[in-house]
Design a protein around this ligand. Structure first.
Ligand code: NIG
Ligand code: FE
Length: 414
C-alpha cells in the first residue's frame, strides 16, 4: 500500500492565481500576481501539499499513485473567498426600511422611528435557536456556492445576555455541521437595547455577565462595537473595548460609517480591523496605518444606503491593508454578493484587480487574524474555487455574473 494513496492531484487549470507573496499592505500592481499557467494542486488531509506545473505533478502522481481529479474545461483557480464582516444570523426582513429609505428617509431617521437594527432585534429574539440555525444555514449555502469558504458572523440582534448567547450558539451549531468555516464575533454592543436607558450600564453588564461566558464556552474570540451617535460614543467604546481586550478578545469595530470617532478608538485599542470607514479622511488613514489596523470596506452598505464608498484607493495609497467584505445584514446590506460588491467598489475606486482580489482573500484573512488560508501555497488550507474562464481578469470583469463552477473546502469538492 502506498503512503500517498490519500493524496489527490487536481488539474489541469488554465491559470492558478496563488495570491501568495503579495505585500501585506498598500498598493499592488497586477504584475505582482503569481499566475501559474497549466497548473495543478496536490491536496491531502485538507491541505495543499504541492502546487506547480500540472505535467510535472502528474509524473510524481503516477509514480506515487496519487488519486487524480481531472479538470476537463479551461478553468481559473483562486483561493476560496473570505467574507470578513457579516451579520447573517438574523430573522425577518427589513424591506419596509428599504421602502422608507428610497422614499427619502435617512438610515438614522428610520432607526430613530423604531425601524432599523432594533426591528431585527425584535424578530431575532422571537426566533428559536432551531429557526435561526435554519436561516443561517441557508445563507451559508448561498455564500459557499458563490465561492465564500470562510465567513465571519456577528451576533448583535439579541442584546441581552440570553439572546446574545442564543445567537452565538446558533452560529456554533451551523459551524459544526456546515462546510463553510464560520468565525463568530460578539456584537452585543451593536446598539443599546430598549430595556436599558444608560449605555455605560449596559456595556458594563455585558462585560460582567456575557463576555466571560462567551469566553468560557468558546463561543467567540472577537468583540465588536458600533461606534456612532445612535449607538456608542468614543469614550464608552474605548472603555468597553479596553476591558474586552483584557478578557482576551480580539477587537474589531464598526467605525467611521457616518462620523469619524471610530478609527481613533480602533487605533487606540489596537483593533485587528476597523470596518466601514465611509467617512474616513487623511487623518483617520494615518491613525489606522500607524496602529497597523486592517481597513475593511463594506461596499454592500454603501449600495444599500445609497451612500458613497469608503475611500479605498486613498487607503491603499496611504499604506493600509484593505479588505473588502459584504456586511451582509437585513438592513443596510441585504445583497451579500461578495464578488459583485468587490468588482463594483473596484471599478468606482480604481483598485487594481490584484488589490481587489487580495481584499477578499489574503488581506481578508489578515482582517480575521487567520494565517492558514487566503492564498494557495504549500501547507495552506485547500480552500479553492474554479471559474470557467482562461483569464483571471474575467472574475471581476463580469461583476459577479461569473460564478465559481467548482468549490473545494479543505480539498473536498462541495
Ligand atoms: O454594519 N452599522 C451598524 N450595523 C450594521 C447594520 C445592521 C443592520 O442594519 O441591521 C452595518 O451596517
Ligand atoms: Fe456591519
Amino acid at each position: 500500500m502506498n503512503q500517498h494513496e490519500n493524496y489527490t492531484l487536481i488539474g489541469p487549470f488554465t491559470q492558478i492565481l496563488t495570491m501568495a507573496n503579495l505585500p501585506e499592505a498598500g498598493p499592488i500592481t497586477d504584475d505582482e500576481l503569481e499566475v501559474l499557467e497549466d497548473g495543478g494542486v496536490v491536496v491531502s488531509d485538507g491541505k495543499i501539499k504541492l502546487i506547480g506545473k500540472y505535467n510535472v505533478l502528474l509524473k510524481v502522481a503516477q509514480e506515487e499513485h496519487y488519486r487524480l481529479e481531472k479538470i476537463s474545461e479551461p478553468m481559473v483557480l483562486i483561493p476560496g473567498l473570505i467574507d470578513s464582516h457579516t451579520h447573517i444570523c438574523f430573522a425577518g426582513s427589513r424591506a419596509n426600511d428599504y421602502a422608507m429609505r428610497v422614499a427619502g428617509k435617512s438610515y438614522l431617521e428610520i432607526a430613530r422611528s423604531g425601524g432599523g437594527i432594533l426591528d431585527s432585534v425584535r424578530k431575532t429574539r422571537e426566533a428559536t435557536v432551531v429557526e435561526l440555525v435554519d436561516l443561517l444555514k441557508k445563507r451559508c449555502d448561498r455564500h459557499l456556492n458563490e465561492g465564500v469558504t470562510t465567513c465571519e458572523v456577528k451576533s448583535g440582534y439579541g442584546l441581552t445576555v440570553e439572546e446574545e448567547l442564543k445567537m452565538l450558539e446558533a452560529i456554533k451549531l451551523v459551524n459544526k455541521h456546515h462546510e463553510l468555516d464560520l468565525v463568530p464575533t460578539c456584537l452585543a454592543a451593536h446598539m443599546r437595547p430598549p430595556e436599558h436607558t444608560d449605555s455605560k450600564v449596559y456595556l458594563q453588564h455585558i462585560l460582567d455577565e456575557l463576555l466571560p461566558q462567551v469566553k468560557e464556552q468558546g463561543l467567540a474570540d472577537r468583540v465588536d462595537i458600533f461606534i456612532e451617535d445612535t449607538a456608542f460614543t468614543e469614550l464608552e467604546s474605548l472603555e468597553y473595548l479596553t476591558a474586552a481586550k483584557e478578557l482576551g478578545f480580539d477587537i474589531t469595530v464598526h467605525a467611521d460609517q457616518f462620523s469619524t470617532d471610530g478609527s481613533r478608538v480602533a487605533a487606540e485599542v489596537g483593533a485587528v480591523s476597523a470596518d466601514h470607514l465611509e467617512a474616513s479622511g487623511d487623518e483617520e488613514i494615518v491613525l489606522l496605518k500607524e496602529a497597523g489596523v486592517v481597513a475593511t470596506v463594506l461596499p454592500g452598505a454603501s449600495l444599500g444606503l445609497g451612500m458613497h464608498y469608503a475611500p479605498a484607493r486613498k487607503m491603499l495609497d496611504g499604506g493600509l491593508c484593505v479588505a473588502i467584505a459584504t456586511d451582509w445584514n437585513p438592513g443596510s446590506a441585504p445583497m451579500g454578493d461578495l464578488i459583485m460588491q468587490a468588482a463594483l467598489i473596484g471599478a468606482a475606486e480604481k483598485l487594481t484587480i490584484a488589490e481587489t482580489l487580495a481584499a477578499i482573500t489574503t488581506r481578508a484573512a489578515k482582517a480575521l487574524n487567520l494565517t492558514d488560508r487566503g492564498c494557495l501555497t504549500k501547507g495552506t488550507q485547500a480552500d479553492m474555487i474554479a471559474f470557467e474562464s482562461s483569464n483571471y481578469k474575467e472574475i471581476l470583469y463580469f461583476q459577479g455574473k461569473l460564478k465559481p463552477t467548482i468549490v473545494w473546502k479543505q480539498g473536498r469538492r462541495v
